[in-house]
Structures are given as C-alpha cells and as structure tokens.
Design a protein around this ligand. Structure first.
Ligand code: AMP
Length: 314
C-alpha cells in the first residue's frame, strides 16, 4: 500500500502514520524526520536545510525529491509506504508521480487530515508549554511564531495538492479535529472501502468493456471510412467495421439465447412456487399463524461516508 498523509503541521499525521505502520506493515517516510537527521549529522543536505527549517520555510523541491527517490529504493519500502510531510508542493507531487511511474508503482490514496487552524495553534501552544514544564527540549520550529509561518506555507504551497489529488480521484478528506482513535477508525474505513472496491470492479470492468471497445473500434473505423481519402479505402474499412460489429453480436447471441431459455424454463417452476406459497399463506392465516408478512428488506451496500470523498470534489 502506498499512501500520502496530507495536512498542516500539528494535524496528527505522524501519530496516524504510526498506526498505519503497525496495521499494514509498511514504513513511514517523513521528510521532516529525514531532514532533522541530516541537520543533526551535519550532512551537506542538513547544512542546506538547517536555517530554512528553523525559520519555518520549505527546503527546495529538488532536495526533498532527491531524498525520497533514494529512500523508496530501500528494501523496507518495497512493501509500501506512508509519505508524511511529502509532497508539500505541486512540483514535488508531479516529481513523485514521475518517480512512481518510472518504477511501475501507483499511489493507493491520499488522506487529508482537515483541521481548524485556530485550534491547531492552541494545541501546539499547550504542547510546547507542557514540554517546557517537563524540562524537555522543544524543536526549533515548534514556536507559535514559526508555526504561523508553517501554516501560511501550508495554505499557499501545500493546500493546492487537495485539488491536485482530488482531480486524480485519490483524495479522502477526514476530520482531523476528532479524537486520535476516531481519526484512526475513519482512516481504516476509507482504506477498507478502497480495498473492497479495488477487488470488485476488475471483474465487471473486463466483462462490460470488451463489446463496447469492439463497437467503438468499429464506429471509429466507419468514421474513418467516411472521411477516408479514397473511396476504395473507405469501402474496405466499412466492410471491416461491419464484420467487427457482426462478430461482436454473434458472440453475444448464444449468451442471450441461453438466458432466454433459462428464463422460459424457470417460468413454470416460479408459477408453481407462487401457487404453493399462496396456499401456504392462506393455511397459515387460517391457523392464526404469527408469521410476519413483512417483505424482506432489500440490502443495498451503502458506501462508507468518508470513502465517498475519494471522488472528485464538486
Ligand atoms: P515536518 O516535520 O514535516 O513538519 O517538517 C519540518 C520542516 O522540514 C518543514 O517546516 C520544512 O522546513 C522541512 N520539510 C519537511 N518536508 C518538506 C518537504 N516535503 N518540502 C520542503 N520542506 C520540507
């Protein structure tokens, strides 16, 4: 499974990523963590990123794309990964698409944790105060001032990704203001629905599309034929198109005939069953039977609320 967790700083991406790591056995790839490690180790990337990070700015796209390109090559990422804090700009998302495509991989979903910024600021302020009270070190960029800058960056540079992935029908938006457990449960629902729908349509898709594709091909040929350069070419193409349509119809014909036959043979049996049922019901009524006459409720599968958001935002 390959996922992206999208959301402003403090939205709970890291916490939810940890749950997903445990549940799905995939790795969490946090560019923030990787950059902090690089700063600590004093690598060239770290030296480049240090001041930018401390001020709440964004490290250049090519630096983070390079880090991710190397990281997803590693053995532990082969099973899948959760990207946390990446991509953060549209060019990073485009680079990621290219990267995955070149490896024959695809994203499964982008989960957006939507939060209220005011509440987020209060949350971070409380967390900083608590950490200070415990005598713990506070991150250089974990101050209300820097957080405001990071939030502004999120709005300007990262939020456009909501539309980017919405258009690709990869986005699921979840209310990140709920409790950690509720958010975890919502994410689980989205991913379960995704797995279900990924398993189902493949069968029906193949069955349904084949004849349509043939018909479309034939239509295309007819069109090409009418607009054809020479009359002869047009004639040949038209003939070929007609043949394709005929072939498709012929292929479908035995199935239709079989269905008709089955329907015909089922009719007397159904009539008999109906009569028996009517007789039985009359008997039951006479006996003062308590059997419920409520019709069986039709069970229609209702898609999970959150899963519906995996479609284009209207
Ligand atoms: P985070 O831990 O994800 O909040 O990231 C901390 C800081 O690392 C950010 O404020 C940025 O300065 C930098 N950073 C992390 N990920 C990226 C990214 N994808 N693009 C640019 N800068 C990043």
């Amino acid at each position: 499974m390959r996922l992206i967790l999208l959301g402003p700083p403090g939205a709970g991406k890291g916490t939810q990523a940890q749950h997903l790591v445990q549940r799905h056995g995939i790795v969490q790839l946090s560019t923030g963590d990787m950059l902090r490690a690089a700063v600590k180790a004093g690598t060239p990337v770290g030296l480049k990123a240090k001041d930018i990070m401390a001020s709440g700015g964004l490290v250049p796209d090519e630096v983070v794309v390079g880090i991710i390109a190397d990281r997803i090559e590693e053995a532990d990422a082969k099973n899948g990964f959760i990207l946390d804090g990446f991509p953060r700009t549209v060019p990073q998302a485009v680079a990621l698409d290219k990267l995955l495509k070149s490896k024959g991989l695809a994203l499964d979903a982008v989960i957006e944790l939507r939060v209220n910024e005011g509440a987020l600021l209060r949350r971070v302020e409380t967390r900083i105060a608590e950490m200070k009270a415990r005598g713990e070190a506070v991150r250089a960029d974990d101050t209300p001032e820097v957080l405001s800058q990071r939030l502004a960056n999120y709005r300007a540079q990262t939020e456009p990704l909501v539309d980017y992935y919405g258009e690709k029908r990869k986005l699921a938006t979840i209310d990140g203001m709920k409790s950690i457990e509720e958010v975890t449960a919502d994410i689980k629902r989205v991913l379960d629905a995704l797995n279900e729908s990924a398993a189902k349509p493949a069968k029906t898709r193949n069955k349904a599309r084949k004849p349509v594709a043939k018909k479309a091909k034939a239509k295309k040929a007819v069109k090409a034929a009418s607009a054809g350069r020479t009359a002869k070419k047009a004639k040949v193409a038209k003939k070929a198109a007609k043949k394709t349509v005929k072939k498709a119809a012929k292929k479908a014909a035995p199935k239709r005939a079989a269905a008709k036959k089955a329907k015909k043979s089922a009719k007397p049996a159904a009539r008999k069953a109906k009569t028996t049922a009517r007789k039985g019901a009359a008997k039951g009524a006479r006996k003062g039977s308590k059997a419920s006459s409520r019709p069986v409720k039709k069970v229609t599968k209702k898609p999970a609320k959150t899963a519906r958001r995996l479609t284009k935002r209207g």
